[in-house]
Design a protein around this ligand. Structure first.
Ligand code: 2BA
Ligand code: 2BA
Lengths: 141, 141
């Protein structure tokens, strides 16, 4: 059926490849991470190491939260905090050979999903925008 | 057909009502807006006036961008900048009696949409999450 064919479509054609994904490296300062987020305009990006393994996700909210003092936002601390200490280490993954069915379940609660290959290396991301475009095509088929 | 019925479903049942939408008031400082974003955890929220008219959308990225100096992020300016000067005034709307068909077209490029009633007053928001849940139900029907 058209529905079965759609749900069993592999996600591989829809992944934004690793080289196009804005990210921050582990060990970088929270200030550097904030600059990357501001300049790329993305609200949340992966935190990777030099071997392209995923360590977490970081957002402006997580960074600001880490410097929220009792009286004021303690901006002077940003240069001295590592992104490792603000990031969310709980990352939901898709595997490179997963199907749209699996992706659809996960994008309900995640704006984007990190995709890993068979070695567990970061291969790219799958976004809600890409899934929504495919869903619209499917509906109008 | 099942598809026509789905696309012609009014969005009214799926709107997150205005009283549940985190927002910032026009005239507030950028610092206050940043605290609202950090504490509610949302990456972008509407900017409203006391009559519940929408003036724009604001995010941490827009706020940080407004204080990005040549040498450093100029945090001391935050208390003196109004959210009015950082926000994006270009807001895409849905009307309260629009259908899922219209919403589906717009959520491809917007994580959420502001919904207005017949007086042009802010009625709530429609999110990608809600549309994705309805799309999943439709597929599995
Ligand atoms: N530079 C840009 N050009 C055009 N449209 C833009 C854009 N930046 C944001 N948008 C729009 O806003 C949505 C939410 O972006 P956000 O940065 O909050 O959330 C993004 C961001 O956290 C992440 N993301 C997307 N592309 C990325 C990339 N190339 N590198 C790193 N992270 C990315 O995935 C989330 C969902 O992305 P998605 O495309 O579904 O949804 C995006 C897209 O529809
Ligand atoms: N407190 C929370 N509890 C559970 N899940 C959470 C959450 N905060 C964020 N999420 C998850 O992360 C997605 C992206 O949130 P974000 O804040 O970037 O982007 C949000 C935010 O900018 C706005 N938004 C959603 N609910 C809002 C509310 N009650 N007030 C103000 N803005 C809201 O609409 C965008 C899309 O929301 P959507 O629900 O589709 O998608 C949300 C949701 O799946």
């Amino acid at each position: 059926t058209k529905t079965r064919a759609f749900l069993e479509t592999p996600i591989s054609d829809f992944i934004i490849p690793a080289e196009k994904v804005a990210h921050v490296l582990v060990g970088n300062s929270a200030e550097h991470a904030l600059l990357v987020l501001t300049k790329t305009g993305y609200s949340q990006v992966p935190v990777l190491d030099t071997k392209f393994r995923i360590h977490g996700l970081v957002s402006s909210k997580m960074i600001t939260e880490s410097i929220l003092g009792l009286e004021r936002i303690e901006y002077e601390k940003l240069a001295h905090i590592k992104v490792d200490d603000c990031m969310d280490r709980n990352v939901t993954y898709l595997k490179i050979d997963d199907t749209i069915q699996r992706a659809l379940d996960l994008v309900i609660n995640h704006a984007f999903l990190c995709v890993v290959d068979h070695e567990g290396t970061f291969a790219g991301i799958l976004t809600r925008r890409v899934i929504l475009k495919q869903l619209k095509k499917y509906i109008y088929q």
